[in-house]
Write a protein that binds this ligand. Structure first.
Ligand code: GAL
Length: 349
């Protein structure tokens, strides 16, 4: 009798174990359930793909895929008409949510209208789409980034000629960066401590446009420039390239944004003064998770709103970190954003 009971117990336990890990025929395990559930389709529309955006794409897709969603990615390469066509393509493909890095904050409104007509929620990623019924804006505080760039340079060069290199005029972030920069610089301009000898905009954030702005300003100031408030690392790199041609690299303070590898190497070399780090791990994970939740019709908790001309857009906003040679190890390398060998070279420190 005792032997029979023991055998029975072993069979029952084995059966339960089999079912629990999905081996049993009676019901699917959790993994199978995810695979057979109708896959959520997420559409991601990027504007550009220099280093920072490659990280956004890869981090975002890693998370949506891990959540069992299929992600369709399109890159507009600076062309809003193309982005609008790509949006049509993704909506026709049946995406359940559209995540957009708008090339043009105003013209991207048409994409939102088409998505909403199909009851597809829209996430404005890193850049705000204006005058549109956006469901979520997720990004970093661009005005604060502009303040950090200007504060860093002004604290080290309280007097002299300043050149401002803005980003794309179609990018809401570029406007907000300039607002933040001028909020810090204005008092020093009023006191005539500093002089702004150029304040142009680099079309589509292109390096060539930033280089031209730098050449024109150096010609106008007869090379007497103290600081360049470059709004991101691509434009900073272009400006520093021009400074190098004139033997001025390292003698002019230059700001940046995105903590791209080339920029961090320039900070180590002393030709770029600082950059601003935005944790793309945070941004991509929360954007991907929120997109899948919106696709499922679930509510996403937000902590603030951002007025976009049409509505107060529910917003997730994160704080940036100013980076220079003193903290790049403790933040960027410790955070795993860059590898030590990539920054300093093999065995460097
Ligand atoms: C901005 C973004 C910056 C920078 C720039 C260039 O909108 O906020 O981080 O990458 O685009 O694409």
């Amino acid at each position: 009798m005792r032997r029979t009971l023991q055998l029975l117990l072993i069979v029952v336990v084995a059966g339960v174990a089999l079912v629990a890990c999905g081996g049993g025929s009676s019901k699917e395990g959790p993994q199978q359930a995810a695979r057979t559930a109708p896959a959520i389709k997420v559409g991601l529309l990027l504007d550009d793909v220099h280093e920072r955006w490659e990280r956004d794409r890869d981090g975002f897709v890693e998370v949506t895929t891990g959540m069992g969603a299929e992600t369709l990615v399109e890159v507009a390469e600076g062309d809003q008409e193309r982005q609008n066509q790509q949006a049509e393509k993704l909506l026709a493909a049946g995406v359940n949510v559209l995540v957009i890095v708008p090339h043009d904050a105003d013209k991207a409104t048409a994409i939102v209208e088409k998505a909403k007509a199909r009851k597809v929620p829209v996430v404005s990623y890193d850049r705000l789409i204006r005058n549109a019924d956006v469901d979520l804006f997720i990004g970093f505080n661009a005005t604060r980034i502009g303040e950090m760039q200007a504060e860093y340079l002004l604290s080290r060069a309280p007097k002299g000629n300043y050149l401002l290199i803005g980003g794309s005029e179609t990018d809401d972030n570029a406007k907000r960066l300039r607002e933040g920069q001028m909020k810090v610089l204005e008092p020093a301009v009023k006191e005539r401590a500093i002089r702004i000898i150029g304040d142009g905009w680099a079309e589509d954030w292109r390096a060539e446009a930033a280089a031209k702005l730098t050449e024109d300003a150096l010609a106008k100031a007869k090379n007497n420039i103290t600081a360049i408030v470059a709004s991101n690392d691509v434009t900073a790199g272009a400006a520093i390239g021009v400074l190098e041609q004139k033997g001025l690299a390292g003698k002019v303070l230059v700001s940046g944004q995105d903590a791209e590898l080339d920029a961090v190497r320039r900070i180590v070399a002393g030709t770029q003064s600082m950059t601003v780090y935005k944790s793309l791990r945070t941004l991509t994970r929360l954007a991907a998770r929120s997109a899948v939740m919106l696709a499922k019709g679930e509510k996403v908790d937000t902590s603030s709103v951002t007025p976009n001309g049409l509505k107060d857009v529910p917003t997730m906003m994160f704080d940036p970190i100013a980076i220079d040679k003193d903290n790049l190890d403790g933040v960027l390398i410790a955070d795993g954003f860059h590898k030590r060998d990539d920054v300093y070279g093999k065995g460097g420190s």
